[in-house]
Design a protein around this ligand. Structure first.
Ligand code: C5P
Length: 222
């Protein structure tokens, strides 16, 4: 892992979950810890890059020499990522909520006595942050996505790479316990535009982050 690998480069990374408000006290979210994205930010800074880390609500310290921007919703995360452009590399590690409530109530919702059986929430699609940046006029030269799947991981990942016009996708099988979501270890397969695969066996997210950053730098300097 060479320290000057990314000197002079701006690396934009998003990480963690997003929170989609139902009312002032409730939200829809997911269990993403943000650990992989924070490890990537740390590794990119160690490689000499200027790093902007757009973070959803997570409980992690900011890595040294990383500029962190905290956001809550997917829309806020998109706005912060767009505001951080131009960047040479965009790594979309965030677990962006696919849907949000169609409207957030401005007061705390009360139990509906007229309807004891249930409550129906209408959800609408959130913007796809990665696809938006990958199609942007200031598109980063290297756009990297993550694909966390429980089955048929590599096929879905390759499909996502092509559909979202990415340069690299990091596929991980979240059905295996001890790796992926919320754990300290991960095991991933990188797939590039030529659909060439490279498996990185189970290791700490810090170690994998360095391997992924080295691979991205190699692709960029090619
Ligand atoms: O389509 P899927 O959610 O599985 O794709 C995962 C990749 O797309 C991740 O890199 C994730 O950060 C990104 N994504 C996004 N905006 C969304 C949904 C996913 O940037 N609304």
């Amino acid at each position: 892992f060479e320290r000057g690998l990314l000197s002079g480069r701006h690396v934009l990374i998003n990480a963690g979950p997003t929170r989609e408000a139902i009312d002032p006290v409730r939200y829809i979210s997911n269990h993403s810890s943000g650990k992989m994205g924070f490890a990537l930010a740390e590794a990119a800074a160690e490689a000499g890059a200027r790093v902007t880390l757009v973070a959803g609500p997570v409980n992690l310290p900011t890595p040294a020499r990383v500029q962190r921007i905290d956001v809550t919703s997917a829309q806020d995360m998109l706005d912060a990522c767009l505001a951080a452009l131009p960047a040479d590399i965009f790594i979309a590690s965030a677990a962006v909520a696919d849907y949000r409530p169609a409207s957030a109530a401005d007061q705390k919702m009360k139990k509906d006595t007229a309807n004891e059986d249930g409550l129906t929430l209408t959800l609408v699609r959130n913007p796809d942050i990665l696809a938006t940046l990958a199609e942007h006029s200031q598109r980063p030269d290297c756009c990297v996505g993550f694909a966390a799947e429980t089955h048929d991981v590599l096929n879905y990942a390759a499909d996502k790479l092509q559909r979202k016009k990415l340069d690299l996708i990091v596929a991980n099988d979240v059905s295996q316990s001890g790796i992926g979501f919320n754990s300290d270890d991960n095991a991933v397969t990188l797939i590039d535009r030529q659909l060439e695969r490279c498996s990185l066996p189970q290791a700490s997210k810090q170690k994998l982050a360095r391997q992924i950053i080295a691979r991205i730098a190699g692709q960029l300097n090619h």
